[in-house]
Design a protein around this ligand. Structure first.
Ligand SMILES: [Zn+2]
Ligand SMILES: [Zn+2]
Length: 243
């Protein structure tokens, strides 16, 4: 079976390593290249059945790094011109923002090295297409966000504290109240959304109920459509203007 094509998260990690190496250091024997190959094999992205024994081996990683040489305007030589559209896109996005690239890469690597966490993230599965393409920080961090919102204990605490303060469980963006709309059936229902912007999201930090906002299912879906940039306040502003 052919190896699956490179995922955005993988390209992010490769580009991050590219900036740490001199062109002459790009080789399958470089320990950093070998290390990245091992990390790519641990990412919670491609399922096991798609993984061949040569999946993302050091050779493949070396070739990917040479692709960036071909894209990089600062490299006077040629590089491997067989790069993909995604390689170019990720390069253009982060070429002038290497600090953000390294922060995102660090979180992805930390996550990949945490076996217990990656098992949980595998289970979250892929989401609808539009979300995947708009998440600048890649799927691993997106899944971390989703996982942080699936903690029944913290969600319960959030709802209790919100209810105590407001006497109802209404959406913090649009005010939708499930109890009001659906009666008994909707009682106690509302979703929790993690407020931390994705680029600053760090899978290691524990979520507390104060990090969460209560939102209706529609608003939550809209937030996730553009999770890289949309905050509760911004969505609220959009909602008010278009109503
Ligand atoms: Zn809402
Ligand atoms: Zn969310």
């Amino acid at each position: 079976m052919r190896n699956p094509s490179w995922h955005r998260d993988e390209v992010i990690l490769a580009l991050n390593l590219y900036y740490q190496l001199e062109p002459g250091q790009i080789s399958p024997r470089n320990p950093k290249v070998i290390e990245l190959s091992e990390i790519l094999n641990k990412l919670p992205i491609h399922n096991d059945s798609a993984q061949n024994s040569d999946f993302r081996n050091a050779n493949g990683v070396g070739l990917k790094l040479s692709n960036f040489l071909a894209i990089d305007p600062e490299y006077p030589g040629k590089g491997m011109a067989s790069y993909s559209k995604l390689d170019k896109q990720v390069f253009d996005e982060f070429h002038l923002n290497k600090s953000e690239l390294s922060r995102i890469a660090k979180t992805i690597i930390q996550t990949a090295n945490n076996t217990e966490l990656t098992v949980k993230l595998y289970k979250i599965g892929e989401d609808e297409e539009d979300t995947k393409f708009s998440v600048r920080e890649g799927e691993t961090i997106y899944k971390l966000h989703k996982l942080s919102e699936r903690n029944p204990k913290i969600n319960k605490k959030k709802k209790e504290s919100y209810f105590k303060k407001n006497g109802k469980l209404d959406c913090e963006v649009c005010g939708f109240d499930f109890l009001k709309k659906y009666g008994e059936l909707g009682k106690g229902f509302i979703e929790c959304h993690h407020r931390t912007p994705l680029a600053q999201f760090d899978g290691e930090t524990k979520t507390t109920f104060k990090d969460l906002a209560l939102v209706c299912a529609n608003c939550h879906r809209m937030l996730h459509r553009n999770l890289s940039i949309l905050s509760i306040e911004e969505l609220k502003r959009i909602t008010v203007t278009n109503y």
